[in-house]
Design a binder for this molecule. Sequence first.
Ligand SMILES: [Zn+2]
Length: 298
Amino acid sequence: MKAIVKTSRARGADYRDMEVPVINKDELLIRVTAASISSGDLALYNWTDPAFTPPSLPFIFGQDFCGEVVETGSLAKGFEKGDFVSVESHIFCGTCGQCRNDQRHICQDLRVIGRDIPGGLAEYAAVPARCSWKHTDDTLKDVGAVMGPFGSSVHAILAEDIVGKTVVISGCAPQGLFAAGIAKAGGARKVIALDASLYRRRLALKMGAATAIDPTAKDCLQKIAKVCGAEGADAVVEMSGAADSVELCLKALRPGGRFVAFGLPVTNLSIDYAGDIVRRGIRLEGISGREIFRSWYK
Ligand SMILES: [Zn+2]
């Protein structure tokens, strides 16, 4: 089969022939029909993730994909040939404390498809059945390869009630744009999108944001206050990971507001911990991945 693989511990990838994977008893063999490119895939391609050590080379990457089941392992119950599935890239152990407490997305022994085992940038992929989401009809087939990243945005926005709330979304890459649409559809009173890119701000408006603001503008906080009121926003979902944006977003929140930490800063933050979080009663919530599979049902 054809696959996109890492062949060296350096930037780049190769398109080459690989063996069709042999499945374990608890796995499905999936004929991949679509794959999307995640930030994790880009980090592997660009070789910018120092924590990544491929199990072996050549290594097939690709974390988010969907396709048709063509073979089922003897222990892969609930699936049959011809099923159309999207893949949850996070492989949870099922036995640790978090897994036993309905927090499989932050499993203590979490592994990632396309990072710890071969991924979906190939004609076929072997996937644990417990990480497969069976579509019941064709309505989401065209977006089957983005169900995972979309689910993370669902988790970030809908972890708490947002009906009637003002929500700032910082960072309008695909998951931020998903978040804008989810917040709007989920009943937020006003969605305020922040991104330095005019192109992305325009997309955010199309996705349902009431306004889109350049976070590098000196009067950004005043512009947010104009929409939310002087007290600030009810919730901020920080998806950019930019240090400046994290600091800005903390100040954009009203006292008692909810700060959703989603983006991953690569530099140290300079936060007024006492002034911006403790004394203002800010509720801080880290979001990593999506709830398996609660976010998928949402
Ligand atoms: Zn676990």
